[in-house]
Design a protein around this ligand. Structure first.
Ligand code: UDP
Length: 477
């Protein structure tokens, strides 16, 4: 039998990393009928996502929760991060640094063993594909003569910012780190303010910052990419049409835009979904009428913010669906406006966001601008109100508002970082209202939805790039 391309897809155990990695795993399988994929994340997250299916006697399958069967071509195998329960948020800097140190040391050892074990049982890995926070994955692969590719799950513009920061521009950024409006010029990028840059290189460069361990991990990542010869391969979850002009800023790498990598059916995740009542509720709402609100899988909502949000939504008079995660410390019952006062909307702990955004009733997405959320919204043609907070979200919000013109950015209250009710109402009106400007945003969003469909369709830019990547792996065997 001819050798088959086998991709080992590795990811950091966060929902915003796991989702695009699992989706890519499926797309790799679809791109070549003989391809094999092993999907691997840290053991605690693996247990949380797949254990129920495996132990629940759900009838075999691959345990990825989609129940579609893939002829055994997808394997789900955890690696160790040296802990029993993974990273538990709420600790201090030392605790977080300790987790990252354990993740890197144990992860590296454990993934090395995994690659060796797969080879020993006749399923050798032909490409290691890894998401952002596992720089050692490239070293593990290189040590074994296996090519690797970084899977960059943020826009090319953000890849370019990190690249240039770590290649000659750290000094100027560090010097003006506290001056949000200080202007920086980075090659191939529009003029940016320090406040637009990822918080992991502005705030987290400071060793006392909680996320300093993320900063040093990014530094290690760009170091390991420099060790690849002749050039590192970087798959980016974006499409060429989104970021045509920025691609030249990352010419040091072989960049393949392959996104937006969307789910191809139900998928496993770290959070349990509410029952599907919200879909029935959406069915009962008029087209383009519902405001959907979610700040992703990591951000917590303070009581003040939740109060403002719910008041603003109620006062807008528009129906709304709002995600308030179970792990949020402030519960719905704690807010000034309790469940009984919610006349016009619905609050869920977790939903199937892509299904929600695909629903005809949804007319706007109030989002923290996590890159997955932005991609999903654009792919579904839903205009956004951006409320960026940290990491790459500020740059993503600029792309949404200025480059693609598929949304607007809401201002937060300077001192406290809270989105006020009146500002929320005003911004929602700017994308859902009657005026010509709002209609234009909606038309532009519909246009990008078509462009995404083309990029992903047969012969489209992302489809061609993914096929080239898979075939490259085959020709090396
Ligand atoms: N998501 C979801 N249900 C929810 C809220 C979020 O499925 O109720 C998913 C969303 O579709 C996206 C991911 O969680 O794929 C969030 O990733 P993103 O990059 O937007 O933000 P992060 O969680 O990393 O901050």
């Amino acid at each position: 039998m001819a050798p088959r391309p086998h991709f080992l897809v590795l990811t950091f155990p966060l929902q915003g990393h796991i989702a695009p990695a699992l989706r890519l795993a499926r797309h790799l399988l679809a791109a070549a009928p003989d391809a094999l994929v092993t999907f691997s994340t840290a053991a605690p997250a693996h247990r949380r996502m797949f254990e129920e299916v495996q132990n629940g006697g759900g009838g075999g399958g691959d345990g990825d929760g989609d129940g579609d069967g893939d002829d055994g071509r997808l394997e789900l195998l955890p690696f160790s991060d040296g802990t029993e329960s993974g990273h538990v948020s709420g600790g201090d800097v030392a605790e977080f640094n300790g987790y990252m140190a354990s993740f890197h040391a144990e992860g590296r050892r454990s993934v090395g063993e995994l690659v060796d074990a797969l080879a020993a049982r006749g399923r050798p890995v032909s490409r290691v594909v890894y998401t952002l926070l596992l720089p050692w994955a490239a070293d593990v692969a290189r040590e074994r003569g296996v090519p690797s590719a970084l899977y960059w799950i943020q826009p090319v513009a953000v890849l370019a910012i990190y690249y240039h920061y770590f290649h000659g521009h750290a000094g100027v950024v560090d010097e003006h780190r506290r001056d949000q409006s200080f202007v920086v010029e980075l090659p191939g990028l529009p003029t940016l303010a320090v406040g637009d840059l990822p918080s992991f290189i502005t705030d987290a460069a400071d060793p006392s910052d909680y996320f300093h361990g993320v900063f040093t991990t990014f530094r290690d990542l760009f170091d390991t990419l420099d060790r690849e010869t002749p050039k590192a391969t970087v798959l980016v979850n974006t499409c060429q049409e989104f970021e045509e002009t920025t691609l030249a800023a990352v010419g040091a790498y072989d960049v393949l835009t392959i996104g937006p990598v969307l789910p191809s059916g139900d998928e496993a995740g770290l959070f349990k979904q509410d029952d599907a009542k919200y879909m029935e509720w959406l069915d009962s709402q008029p087209d383009d009428s519902v405001v959907y609100v979610s700040f992703g899988s990591l951000a917590f909502m303070a009581r003040e913010q939740l109060d403002e949000l719910l008041h603003g939504l109620e006062e807008s008079g528009r129906p709304y669906l709002c995600v308030l995660r179970k792990d949020n410390k402030v519960k719905l019952a704690d807010v000034e406006m309790d469940a009984a006062a919610l006349r016009n909307g619905m609050v869920v702990e977790w939903c199937d966001q892509v299904r929600v955004l695909s629903h005809a009733a949804v007319g706007c997405f109030v989002t923290h601008c996590g890159w997955n959320s932005v991609l999903e919204s654009i792919a579904c043609g839903v205009p956004m109100v951006g409320v960026p907070q940290m990491s790459d979200q500020r740059m993503n919000a600029i792309l949404v508002e200025h480059d693609w013109r598929v949304g607007v950015r809401a201002e937060v209250d300077g001192g406290r970082g809270v989105l006020r009710a009146a500002e929320l109402r005003r911004r929602v009106k700017e994308v859902m209202g009657e005026g010509e400007a709002a209609a234009k945003v909606r038309r532009t969003a519909a246009g990008w939805k078509r462009a995404v469909a083309e990029a992903l369709g047969k012969g489209g830019s992302s489809d061609r790039n993914l096929t080239a990547f898979v075939e490259g792996a085959r020709s090396d065997i």
